[in-house]
Structure formats: structure tokens, C-alpha cells
Design a binder for this molecule. Structure first.
Ligand code: ATP
Ligand code: HMH
Length: 275
């Protein structure tokens, strides 16, 4: 029998299931990697926005990490919402003990709705503590501008930002997601050796809640299988494109993507809401 692969997400929740831990676990499952999760913050949110946030006590986050690592060592780790400096310090200490495990760092700062998911003063700390440990960092454009400390106004700037995150901040790779661009959905990857452009048709849809979480979770699941960052990111790009294309039209705001959209590839878009 082949070995069962596992992935761990360390992140916040979305009770409506489109983003955060829930999205990560669905994506892991779709990629046939056994999903595990450590909760950092419980977030009362839905497709319309964030209503309230409760942070877990640091000691309880540590206990959850111990529960996982004392029993099942994950083949890959992803972090999503880490709201405070203290959480970042704790998690970075933990990751430093496990540097052989591929680590995908999604620098979650703001929800699709515009609500803040990280304290303002932690934006510097995440650069210093977590970025250097990452196998790949997956910022969207606003997050990349914060890490790069410069405006990103062109594809050339995206390339510079990706190189900066690797060469200056110490990550092994960085993919700047272009979901917030006007033209095609172009993502720019620097894997430490070369720049790669991953482009897909931009769907005209408001249902993009949790796209970033889902994308990074697929990268994590693929890295658990031992593929290269380039292969993992290509697969994630294809997965998220289908998840957006076969969207579900759930909720009253920015709805979730379809985590099983990838399985519908080539089929007509039955309930899809892309116009
Ligand atoms: N309308 C769209 N059509 C096609 N691809 C898209 C669209 N919007 C986003 N994407 C793709 O989805 C992935 C996630 O990108 P995005 O920049 O939206 O992440 P994000 O802002 O972190 O997501 P979120 O905060 O909603 O979880 C990228 O591969 C991006 O190119
Ligand atoms: C918990 C959580 N993580 C990440 C995002 C970004 O999509 C979100 N909305 N909620």
C-alpha cells in the first residue's frame, strides 16, 4: 500500500466554509492528502464580511501543535491567518524545529471583503519571522506591496517583488497572485532559479471568497507529495481556475469557489455563475 500523505494547516476559520481552515481541508481532501488543522482564531464571517474574531490563547495554539506533532508528522505545512506578533513568534519557533517539512506561507492580511485579519504592526513581524522559513510565499497584490514595501504597478514590478521576497527576505520561492489585476489572471512565480508566468482567463465573477486560501492549500498538498514548487503552483493554478469557473452562487456577498470544480473540467458549467 502506498504511504498516506498528510498536510497541516495553521489558520483561522470561516463558518460558511469558503475560506480559512475549512477551504484548506477541502482542498487537501480533493488532492487526496489527509488534512489536519490547528486553529489560531475563530472568525465569525460569511460571504458578506467579518462579523467578529476570537483569538485562541497562545498556550492553546501550542497545545494543538503538540497534539498534532506528537502523533502525526505532516508531510507539508501551510499557515494562513496569524493575527498577532505573539502567535507569529510561537509558530515560527515551532516551524524552526521542523525545517525539513515544506512550508507554504500565505500572508493573510485582509479578507476579500476588505476586513483586516492581521494586526497592522504584525506586517513587519511576518516578514522577519515567517517569510524566511517558507518554501513558498503566496501574497496577493496588496500583500505583496506590503512585503515589498513598494507599489506594484506592472508585471515587471510583480517579478521584482517575487525576486525581492526570495533574495532579500529569505523565502525559497514566492508567487505573486494577480487576482486583483484588471487583465488576465496572471500569477508570477520566482522559484529561486527562474521567473515563471502562470496565466489564466479572468472570469467575470464576484464569487472569489477564499481563492487565496484554496490556491495555497493545493500548493501545500502537492508539496506534501514531493513535487517541485513549479509543479505544485501550476497544479494549484489549474485547480483554482476551475474552482472559480464552476462557482456555486452561494451566499449574499462574495461567494465561495467550488472545491470540486477541478473534477468537472471540460463539462458544461451547469450551476456556474460566471458571466
Ligand atoms: N476572476 C478570476 N478569474 C480567474 N482567476 C482568478 C480570478 N480571481 C482570482 N483568480 C486567481 O485565483 C488565485 C488567487 O488569487 P487572489 O489574488 O484572488 O488571492 P487572494 O486575494 O489572496 O484571495 P482571497 O483573499 O479571496 O482568499 C490566483 O491564481 C488568481 O490569479
Ligand atoms: C480565516 C480566514 N483566512 C483567510 C481569509 C482570506 O480569504 C479569510 N477570509 N478568512
Amino acid at each position: 500500500m502506498s504511504k498516506i500523505l498528510t498536510a497541516l494547516t495553521i489558520a483561522g476559520t470561516d463558518p460558511t466554509g469558503g475560506a480559512g481552515i475549512q477551504a484548506d481541508l477541502k482542498a487537501f481532501q480533493e488532492r487526496e492528502v489527509f488534512g489536519m488543522s490547528v486553529l489560531t482564531s475563530a472568525v465569525a464571517q460569511n460571504t458578506c464580511g467579518v462579523q467578529a474574531v476570537e483569538h485562541m490563547k497562545l498556550s492553546f495554539i501550542e497545545q494543538q501543535l503538540d497534539s498534532v506533532f506528537n502523533d502525526i508528522t505532516p508531510n507539508a505545512i501551510k499557515t494562513g491567518m496569524i493575527a498577532t506578533n505573539e502567535m507569529m513568534e510561537l509558530i515560527s519557533k515551532y516551524l524552526k524545529k521542523h525545517t525539513a517539512i515544506p512550508y507554504v506561507m500565505d500572508p493573510v492580511m485582509v479578507a476579500t471583503s476588505g476586513d483586516a485579519l492581521m494586526e497592522e504592526e504584525s506586517r513587519k513581524v511576518i516578514r522577519e519571522l515567517l517569510v524566511p522559513l517558507a518554501s513558498v510565499v503566496t501574497p496577493n497584490l496588496p500583500e505583496a506591496e506590503i512585503l515589498f514595501e513598494q507599489k506594484i504597478a506592472s508585471v515587471a514590478d510583480m517579478e521584482l517583488a517575487a525576486r525581492y521576497i526570495v533574495n532579500q527576505l529569505g523565502a525559497k520561492a514566492a508567487v505573486i497572485k494577480g487576482g486583483h489585476l484588471k487583465a488576465d489572471a496572471l500569477d508570477v512565480l520566482y522559484d529561486g532559479a527562474s521567473i515563471h508566468h502562470l496565466s489564466a482567463e479572468r472570469y467575470k465573477t464576484k464569487h472569489t471568497h477564499g481563492t487565496g486560501c484554496t490556491f495555497a492549500a493545493v500548493v501545500t498538498a502537492e508539496l506534501a507529495k514531493g513535487v517541485t514548487v513549479l509543479e505544485a503552483v501550476k497544479l494549484a493554478k489549474s485547480f483554482i481556475t476551475d474552482a472559480i469557473h464552476y462557482s456555486l452562487n452561494l451566499g449574499n456577498g462574495n461567494g465561495p469557489t467550488n472545491h470540486w470544480g477541478y473534477r468537472l473540467q471540460g463539462l458544461p458549467n451547469q450551476g456556474g455563475q460566471t458571466q
